[in-house]
Ligand binder design. Structure first.
Ligand code: ZN
Length: 99
């Protein structure tokens, strides 16, 4: 007997996260995980960086929404401004992520 769950699409097994930009709940695998490194927000491309993460659709429009809503300081529980340019550079460097 095969195990049910993890290999099946459309089931309940896929973990979901909320995009900090548009606030849409999406499968975690569709979202870019972001972590804070000091005053910078960086993309956690391998999903291995420690610490509190935020999830974002890999699109500039969601990044801009998140910035406008000051979602990052809230997501990372900091009071000061955060530099999201590493995330922007990553998104701008990947044409397949245009949404
Ligand atoms: Zn989004």
């Amino acid at each position: 007997m095969r195990q049910h769950g993890k290999l099946e699409y459309g089931g309940q097994a896929a973990p979901q996260r909320t995009c900090v930009g548009c606030r849409v709940r999406t499968a975690q695998s569709e979202l870019l995980r972001l972590v804070r490194v000091e005053d910078h927000v960086v993309p956690d491309l391998r999903g291995r960086l420690p610490g509190r993460g935020a999830s974002l659709h890999p699109s500039l429009s969601c990044l801009e929404l998140a910035e406008r809503r000051r979602a990052f300081p809230r997501a990372f529980r900091v009071t000061g401004p955060l530099d999201v340019s590493p995330v922007r550079a990553h998104l701008e460097g990947e044409p397949r992520n245009v949404m």
